[in-house]
Write a protein that binds this ligand. Structure first.
Ligand code: HEM
Length: 120
């Protein structure tokens, strides 16, 4: 049996600083910030948590809202901006000392959801 990355990296106490670092990177980026303008702080913070959870292969059931496609349809997320968000995740994971192999797994999990987030 394999343990989840969430368990491997110690659950919430490790995840929270990764989420915070990811959150800062996204909002510091002039090309990403406009997407989140006008989105309330609670929603924004939920977004980052959901994002990291998805990267870590969170068990389904944590997020029970709209489908990813529905949640992002109005945003017109492009391939380029999606890649910038994925890069922010990669940088945050490395900074937190996540092993390279696991960084690859998590970034791949996010890239696997690209079709649901990027506007057709
Ligand atoms: C695989 C990658 C992503 C995942 C797993 C993800 C996850 C989510 C989730 C769970 C929600 C909440 C849905 C709801 O409120 O019902 C959401 C909303 C949102 N996402 Fe993402 N997201 C991803 C990528 C992105 C990207 C690349 C951007 C922008 C560049 C983005 C911007 C937003 C914004 C602004 C909202 C709020 C929309 C609103 O409430 O009007 N997301 N996302």
């Amino acid at each position: 049996m394999t343990i989840s990355l969430y368990e491997k990296y110690g659950g919430l106490p490790t995840i929270i600083p990764i989420v915070e670092s990811f959150y800062r990177r996204v909002l510091a980026n002039d090309r990403l910030q406009p997407y989140f303008r006008g989105v309330d702080l609670q929603k924004l913070s939920d977004h980052q948590v959901n994002f990291i959870a998805a990267a870590m292969g969170a068990p389904s059931g944590i997020y029970t809202g709209r489908s990813l496609r529905e949640a992002h349809a109005h945003l017109q997320v492009t391939e380029d901006t999606f890649a910038l968000v994925a890069q922010a995740l990669e940088d945050s994971l490395r900074e937190a000392g996540v092993e390279e192999e696991d960084v690859t797994t998590m970034v791949s999990a996010i890239v696997g959801l690209k079709g649901e987030v990027v506007a057709a």
